[in-house]
Design a protein around this ligand. Structure first.
Ligand code: GDP
Ligand code: ADP
Length: 186
């Protein structure tokens, strides 16, 4: 497989992190100013930091990209991308649409952007099961339609509905085994 980076994009609760875990490639840990959820580990799920620290990192040009999503900063450090570039195997990252497009512009054929979808009702139910508060749930689902529209910019889209769980996992296995390559490998 000649991809350097596999990017997951899609609405909250669609299953981005789940599919990333099934793919099993080294994952790039990004930065966020949001508070950790119960069970999330600093340095493993995210690098958790204050808004000021992230603004400073951005000003010091330590970030490749940074986006504000639902009132919090999310960003990818240049250091993290550099260590991914040094690895022989591809890495995986989860990003919102703006970040994914920046990566695509930068890496072009070396990045595979995977859009992940599920119906709004299924996303809602999954977020409730994840213990999301009512206010947070409304905020997260408010951007659902916009995030679905931006999936048209992805290279492939996986309909990760409840009924498609096994199929989504099988597609991830194929990608992980290098069965999906770039055009110049055809
Ligand atoms: N642009 C960008 N988006 C990110 C980055 N890290 C995470 N995100 C995105 O930020 C959004 C919110 O993430 P999170 O709060 O963990 O919620 P979740 O995706 O619903 O579990 C998601 O769309 C992530 O893909 C990053 O480094 N850059
Ligand atoms: N195909 C699926 N069917 C049913 N539940 C799923 C499926 N994919 C993921 N989930 C569950 O949905 C929840 C949200 O998944 P997650 O990967 O955290 O989403 P995201 O990273 O997009 O916010 C998790 O509890 C996960 O186990």
């Amino acid at each position: 497989m000649s991809f350097k980076l596999i990017v997951f994009q899609g609405p909250s609760g669609s299953g981005k992190s789940t599919l990333q875990a099934i793919l099993g490639l080294p994952r790039i840990v990004t930065w966020t100013s949001r508070a950790p959820r119960p069970g999330e580990v600093d340095g493993q799920d995210y690098h958790f930091a204050g808004r000021e620290q992230l603004e400073m990192m951005y000003e010091q040009q330590k970030m490749l990209e940074m986006a504000e999503y639902q009132g919090n900063y999310y960003g990818t450090s240049i250091a993290a991308i550099q260590s991914a570039a040094d690895r022989s195997e591809p890495s995986a990252i989860v990003m919102e649409a703006g970040g994914a497009q920046q990566i695509k512009a930068l890496l072009q054929d070396k990045a595979l952007i995977i859009g992940v979808t599920a119906s709004m009702e299924q996303c809602r139910q999954r977020l409730i099961n994840r213990g999301t508060s009512a206010a947070e749930l409304e905020r997260r689902l408010r951007t659902y339609e916009e995030e679905i529209r931006s999936l048209m910019l992805c290279d492939i889209v996986i309909h990760n509905s409840d009924g498609n769980r096994m199929k989504s996992a099988a597609i991830m296995k194929l990608i992980g085994q290098g069965m999906v390559g770039t055009a110049n490998e055809l």
